[in-house]
Design a protein around this ligand. Structure first.
Ligand code: BEZ
Length: 211
């Protein structure tokens, strides 16, 4: 069955370009992004891996580890990494899982047979410190992912895990937030010293509480 938000991210051991890992151990106490690639030496994936490597500092600042997966073997990944570094202005700085028997791809339901019965789609899983799945996005092979959006959602996830707010449409870190409907006005007054604006009883806006 497909993995859903709130499910425990299944654990696995796998060979990667940075050695064998136990996924949960490797994640430690922080956040993780696991994202799949249809195959090595493919142009869109090459640009995605380069972007993720260039964003290393952004992921680290958010305590997020990044892990890619492609069903090709390790020696293929190693050759491909040289191409990624050469063409994308980066030095690869996170592991790529080698999954030739599709063990991890199957565990995470990354192969969608009606799209392609062999290659994985572009799945993204964001995993929280509790090892639960916080975000899933599935893109087709023909569309490269938007890593600014992935970082934006991580910002929202990390904020809303700590504060009783939700984030509105197109929200960016630093912008006003929504007071969660479960809070009464009295509770909101206590929790948000900067105050809140009541546009409708169900639509209350407050400055980002951790700023
Ligand atoms: C790519 O990563 O470039 C790609 C992979 C499969 C189909 C189309 C593009």
């Amino acid at each position: 069955m497909a993995l859903r938000l709130g499910d425990l991210a299944p654990n696995f051991t796998a060979e990667t370009t940075e050695g064998k890992i136990d996924f949960h151990q490797w994640l430690g106490d922080g956040w993780g992004v696991l994202f799949s690639h249809p195959a090595d030496y493919t142009p869109v994936c090459t640009t995605e891996l380069g972007m993720a490597a260039r964003l290393k500092d952004e992921f680290t600042r958010r305590n997020v580890k990044v892990l890619a997966i492609s069903v090709d073997p390790l020696d293929s990944h190693r050759g491909w990494i040289s191409d990624i570094n050469e063409t994308q202005g980066c030095t690869m700085n996170f592991p790529i899982i080698a999954d030739p028997d599709k063990k991890v791809a199957s565990l995470y339901d990354m192969i969608h047979p009606n799209a392609d019965d062999k290659a994985t789609v572009r799945s993204v899983f964001v995993i929280g410190p509790d090892k639960k799945i916080k975000l899933t996005i599935t893109y087709p092979a023909s569309t490269g992912r938007n890593f600014a959006e992935i970082l934006r959602v991580i910002d929202s996830l990390q904020l809303t895990a700590k504060h009783k707010v939700a984030t509105p449409v197109n929200w960016q870190d630093g912008q006003d937030c929504i007071v969660v409907p479960a809070l009464s006005d009295e509770e909101a007054t206590k929790l948000f010293p900067k105050g809140f604006k009541k546009i409708k009883p169900y639509l209350r806006v407050t400055p980002q509480p951790n700023r």
